[in-house]
Ligand binder design. Structure first.
Ligand code: HEC
Ligand code: HEC
Length: 217
């Protein structure tokens, strides 16, 4: 699991340095992100949390060894759980007292922002959305309707992914091995070398959430 890469991509995609090839599409991504709590939350996280939880929230940090057996990895949890731990500290959720309460130390806005950030980076669907917006919009379009900027160049055109009748397994295969290996257009690239398996699973999970017609599997 290359969670580190995902962490970085989230920061890049939401932080506004997506300068990929699709000028317009990436600007839309940046516009959507502007003023969003996730970016500010990433900054709060970097300042106050990395010492114990690590840059990537995986618990690989400088202070880790001080806490012996305690696992400092931040797992995928509901937002209200994050909010409680961050506000009231580890004891509030029967976890280690070494997780300090941040109420008072951080402002209301900072608490909200850092919770939004944790939600974005630990939630597979949110991560998958970032993978999609960083790699697929040029052809498939921001709305995944197959109307990306480059779509006019290709025949057959990039698929409208909001109306795909393929199941998750098929999608994972075509994303990993490319169109040609699946008897489809070679224009659909092979992503297996650029993206980790985790990222591919995340993007497939995201695609499931944007279907306008439920899959017939
Ligand atoms: C001094 C070290 C330290 C700092 C700094 C720290 N934490 Fe923690 N954190 C911990 C410990 C220890 C735990 C509990 C681990 C356990 O009991 O398994 C924890 C647990 C958590 C959990 C629960 C994780 C889970 O998956 O259940 C969250 C969320 C969390 N911290 C968020 C934050 C945030 C956000 C910040 C920065 C504002 C932060 N922490 C700063 C030490 C720290
Ligand atoms: C260079 C353009 C291009 C890029 C970039 C691209 N695709 Fe495609 N994709 C295509 C084309 C063209 C097809 C249709 C192939 C065909 O019909 O033969 C396709 C088909 C697909 C399909 C099959 C859908 C179905 O219902 O059959 C999936 C799933 C898919 N792409 C996902 C992705 C994902 C996820 C990404 C980003 C990681 C991506 N694509 C990036 C061009 C692209």
């Amino acid at each position: 699991m290359k969670l580190g890469w995902i962490w970085l991509t989230v920061m890049l995609a939401l932080g506004g340095s997506v300068t990929a090839h699709a000028a317009t599409d990436s600007r839309e991504v940046v516009d959507q992100a502007r003023g969003k709590p996730v970016i500010r939350g990433g900054i709060v996280y970097k300042h106050y949390c990395t010492l114990c939880h690590g840059e990537r929230g995986d618990g690989m940090a400088r202070a880790t060894k001080l806490y012996g057996a305690v696992n400092l990895r931040i797992t995928n949890q509901p937002r209200d759980y994050y909010e409680k731990v961050v506000r009231e500290g580890g004891v509030a959720v029967d976890r280690s007292p070494f997780m300090p309460p941040w109420d008072g130390e951080l402002s209301e806005e900072q608490i909200g922002d850092v919770v939004a950030y944790l939600d974005a980076v630990t939630n597979p669907i949110r991560r998958g959305e970032v993978v999609f917006k960083s790699n697929c919009v040029l052809c498939h379009g921001v709305k995944a309707d197959g109307k990306g900027r480059a779509s006019v160049l290709y025949d057959p055109p990039p698929a409208n992914l909001t109306r795909s009748d393929k199941n998750d397994q098929y999608k994972k295969m075509i994303v990993t091995y490319g169109g040609e290996a699946m008897g489809r257009s070679p224009v659909m690239p092979i992503w297996g070398e650029q993206l980790s398996e985790q990222e591919i699973d995340d993007v497939v999970a995201y695609l499931r959430t944007i279907l306008v017609v439920p899959p017939s599997q």
